[in-house]
Design a protein around this ligand. Structure first.
Ligand code: SAM
Length: 329
């Protein structure tokens, strides 16, 4: 029997993420007409998982859109670099809403980018979103256009191979840039994930960085989560190094960022406006609120920013320039 390599096991986590997003979208939690184009075998997830996917998407999309609004309000060009992007559809959603940054870059293993590039070429719902003049490269593993670029690369060689590849395709380190890593850095050894976060803090003066990661390995739920993943040979290499909200925030300070925050998904859910909670209950009843809160306390969004050009952002509220910037503890 062929045993899959550790890298192919990590690559397969993208299928889970995409099926979950498709499930929540088809149930009506949010509008994403693109994700179903990228799923071969859709499956319906439980209300707990759908709510979790919804919180993850709302939190990250709010940060992304506030970053883009801040740049637009100051008439600054902007870039987004999505690390381990998998089959994420954010570029297509932003483009449809006429909110896309000047350039949206995605990086993932060649095995994953090749499948995504192939789907984009085959599915007209995706292909028609691209601007004219796009082309594929590197044997069909990459897609290059003037505002959307998919690059094949291994994040463990971020500075030596990924950054030069990004720069060859137009990445400009002097522009305001949002780095996204959604359920990605957790699979890297902390030496590699720390190197990425440090490199950005040292080389991109107007940067923002966002991570979405599991936390809480020490309680019963966390141990079960780790065991379930181990049975599938999935190792969360960053979990013990950054096991809670405080260490997720501290990671950024230690790696050269002046401002950082972290929020778990149970907190985000509890702070949703009442009207939005009612809408979610109409989609499907959540009987297992305690189970959801336990689940939500084990996933967090952390975000950091470099410069005062970017005001304080928040995964829940609209941009509010009157809010004070939190200082380093
Ligand atoms: C759980 S999926 C998340 C995908 C996407 N960010 C999302 O949230 O839908 C993890 C992704 O990280 C990518 N990844 C993990 N380690 C990587 C590495 N060393 N280099 C490039 N991509 C990597 C995997 O291939 C996979 O697509």
């Amino acid at each position: 029997m062929n045993v899959p390599s550790a890298d192919s096991v990590v690559q397969a986590t993208n299928d889970d993420a995409t099926v979950s997003r498709c499930s929540a979208s088809q149930a009506g939690y949010f509008h994403d007409p693109f994700v179903s184009q990228l799923v071969r075998r859709p499956a319906r997830r439980s209300p707990v998982i759908n709510r979790g996917t919804y919180c993850r998407l709302v939190g990250l999309q709010n940060l992304i859109r506030q970053f883009l609004d801040a740049c637009r309000n100051q008439q600054l060009p902007s870039q987004i670099v999505s690390l381990g992007a998998g089959f994420d559809t954010t570029y297509f959603l932003l483009k449809t809403d006429q909110k896309a940054p000047n350039h949206y870059f995605e990086v993932d293993f060649a095995e994953t980018t090749a499948k995504k590039v192939m789907s984009i070429q085959r599915k007209s719902a995706l292909k028609t979103i691209l601007e004219d003049g796009w082309t594929t490269g590197n044997g069909g593993t990459e897609l290059w256009s003037y505002d959307y670029t998919v690059i094949a690369g291994d994040l463990r060689g971020f500075e030596t191979t990924v950054v030069p590849a990004l720069e060859r395709r137009g990445f400009d380190r002097t522009l305001p840039t949002l780095f996204l890593s959604e359920c990605v850095l957790i699979y890297l050894d902390p030496t590699h994930s720390d190197a990425i976060i440090r490199w950005v803090s040292q080389h991109v003066p107007t940067a923002m960085f966002t991570t979405y990661e599991p936390i809480g390995p020490h309680d019963a739920f966390g141990q079960m989560m780790v065991q379930n993943l181990e049975m599938r040979r999935i190792e969360l290499k960053g979990l013990l190094a950054y096991p809670d909200l405080a260490s997720q925030q501290q990671r950024y300070y230690d790696l050269g960022w002046p401002s950082a925050q972290a929020m778990d998904m149970a907190t985000l859910y509890a702070q949703l406006p009442p009207g939005e909670l009612q809408r979610l209950m109409r989609i499907e009843i959540l009987d297992e609120l305690e189970e959801f809160n336990l689940f939500g306390r084990h996933y967090c969004i952390a975000w950091a920013w470099q410069s005062r050009t970017l005001p304080l952002l928040d995964p829940l509220t609209a941009l509010d320039p009157s809010k004070p910037t939190p200082t380093r503890p």
